[in-house]
Design a protein around this ligand. Structure first.
Ligand code: HEC
Ligand code: HEC
Length: 347
């Protein structure tokens, strides 16, 4: 066993232990300081976060607030690029086509539709708070927001274009080109396009009522919502959905307690998750744990859009990730809590 494998096995064992204890003892024990530290270092974009003393230091979730130290000019340019169909081969599709900011940052389709009506392979995640994820994409294949941008531009079933084509089109437009010259000191390049879009995405942070509660406002949640949060902790959801993005800071297998894909007649490559990146057997069906912020606005659920209702998604998480059949009233209570993660400015 290499030290990396050992570390992985060790952390899986820790996780399994955490889930078991949470279920058996009915108490939250998953709160190692190490995971909090990891979550906080991911938040370099919001330095005020790390400097502030946490009002509720024992909570597995961390409050967020809008990024304040962004370059406003770059954010505006990035917003324009995000909505610019010239980033696609036939000028038909922008990033916003699949990440509609008025639809929770998604297309609300089971699978996205790209250039020429082509069907994608996986459900589109939200771009809201993506800046807080430790990696991008369901399988984590992009390390940063900047790196992520190249993906959809080149993906034949998404924008089906190339940097060469995109840069040529934007450079030929004096108004756009001048904005790049002003902000980046040169005509559009892959680096400056990536940088502007990523800067815009860093502005898509959506504080919610839960953040007000995490910052110490007892009245921010109703007793019912708070009860839902207690269940979310007690059942062990927080073993995976934790930190500032209520997810987005680790990989986990989908189907820890039970095979989620059993009985499917055809293996969908998208279901293999992180295996597609590493080719390691143990990474089959492993995904980045998704953020649960704005989750009520981003149906359908799971990478394969196999579930339409949030109640059903919570129920399956109990069954496949925790090995418990959640009673309907507990599901209802957890769903009530999940609604408190909806960004207030999006409502
Ligand atoms: C045709 C639809 C489509 C278009 C156009 C598109 N995306 Fe996506 N986006 C997706 C899908 C589907 C995924 C998930 C892919 C995966 O994980 O393999 C995704 C993933 C992402 C993620 C990762 C989020 C996460 O939580 O992992 C970000 C960020 C993102 N897109 C931003 C963009 C930007 C910026 C553009 C424009 C340059 C863009 N997208 C264009 C459909 C699209
Ligand atoms: C062992 C880790 C783990 C635990 C525990 C866990 N989840 Fe998840 N959760 C995941 C992973 C991984 C996914 C992504 C599955 C996929 O689509 O491939 C996910 C997906 C979800 C989704 C759908 C997200 C989306 O964008 O489609 C919801 C909702 C959810 N979890 C809620 C919960 C709740 C509520 C609990 C507790 C009852 C819970 N989870 C427990 C790992 C976990």
């Amino acid at each position: 066993m290499t030290s990396r494998e050992f570390a992985r096995a060790h952390s899986l064992a820790l996780l399994a232990g955490a889930i078991l204890m949470a279920a058996v003892v009915g108490a939250v024990i998953w709160l190692p300081n190490a995971s909090r530290a990891t979550a906080e270092t991911k938040e370099r974009g919001t330095p005020s976060m790390t400097q502030r003393i946490l009002a509720r230091p024992d909570e597995p979730l961390l409050p967020i607030q809008p990024n304040v130290n962004l370059d406003a000019g770059k954010v505006e340019l990035g917003r324009a690029l995000f909505h610019d169909p010239r980033l696609s081969r036939d000028n038909s599709i922008s990033c916003a086509f699949c990440h509609d900011l008025a639809r929770g940052g998604t297309d609300r389709l089971p699978k996205s539709v790209g250039v020429g009506g082509q069907l994608g392979t996986i459900n589109s995640p939200t771009v809201y708070n993506a800046a807080l994820n430790f990696r991008q994409f369901w399988d984590g294949r992009a390390a940063t927001l900047e790196e992520q941008v190249t993906g959809p531009i080149h993906n034949p079933v998404e924008m089906a274009s190339s940097w060469q084509e995109v840069i040529a089109k934007l450079t030929a437009d004096p108004e756009t080109s001048n904005k790049f010259i002003k902000l980046y000191g040169g005509p559009p390049s892959a680096e400056s396009i990536q940088d502007a879009i990523a800067e815009f995405e860093r502005s898509l942070i959506t504080p919610s009522r839960m953040d007000r509660w995490l910052k110490g406002d007892d009245r921010a949640l109703t007793p019912q919502e708070l009860a839902g949060y207690q269940l979310f902790k007690r059942y062990g959801c927080v073993a995976c959905h934790q930190g500032a993005n209520v997810g987005g800071n680790m990989y986990q297998r989908f189907g820890i307690m039970k095979d989620y894909f059993e009985g499917r007649t055809r293996v969908d490559p998208a279901d293999l998750g992180r295996f597609n990146v590493t080719s390691r057997e143990e990474d089959k069906y492993v995904f980045k744990v998704p953020s649960l912020r704005n989750i009520a606005a981003t149906a359908p659920y799971f990478h394969d859009a196999s579930v339409n209702s949030l109640h059903e998604a919570v129920s399956r998480m109990g069954e496949f990730q925790l090995g418990v059949e959640l009673p309907p009233e507990d599901i209802q209570s957890i769903v009530l809590f999940l609604y408190t993660l909806n960004g207030e400015q999006l409502q």
